[in-house]
Every structure is written in structure tokens, then in C-alpha cells.
Design a protein around this ligand. Sequence first.
Ligand SMILES: [Zn+2]
Length: 98
Amino acid sequence: MVAGKSLCCICGAYVDASSLVIVRIGEGSFRIECPSPKCPLRELGFVRVAHSSKPKFDVRLSRMFKDWNVLLNGKESCDRLVRDLLKQISSRLRKIVF
Ligand SMILES: [Zn+2]
């Protein structure tokens, strides 16, 4: 991670894969929530798990969350931070699902 660059929720909470709240909302689907209990947005994204020979995690982050972080970090840094976050969310999910 690059110093000074990090993903933030619109409420100001610092967001990374370990602080995010991942809630199971159904068979093969999860909701990603902001780590702050006072957050007015709460939902930062959704995950669908596709099972074939090995599970695939289709993680969708909310448009508002991404747009906000493009403003904060610039498009290039935001894209990189989001890519890292998605990878880390997938490895966290792998532990939850199995
Ligand atoms: Zn928040």
C-alpha cells in the first residue's frame, strides 16, 4: 500500500479488507458494509459466489464508494487500491465460505 493513499467511506471511515464487515445475506451472497457503526451509507457493495470446480467471487463495490475514492485518491490510485481490496476481500471470503 502506498503511504497516504487509502480507501475511505463517504462517512470518513478508513476502509480496508480487514476492517470491512462482511455479512452473509443468503446462499452464496454477501453484503460488504462500512466498518463504522455510525455510517449513513452502510452498504459498500455486494458479493456473489459462483461455484464451479473452484469458487469465484464476484465482488461489486457501490458506485458512490468508488466515485468518492476517485475524488480522494485520483483515478489511477483508486483503481489500484480497489484492485488490492477486491483481492483481499476474496481471500477473506475463501476462509468464510470454507
Ligand atoms: Zn461509512
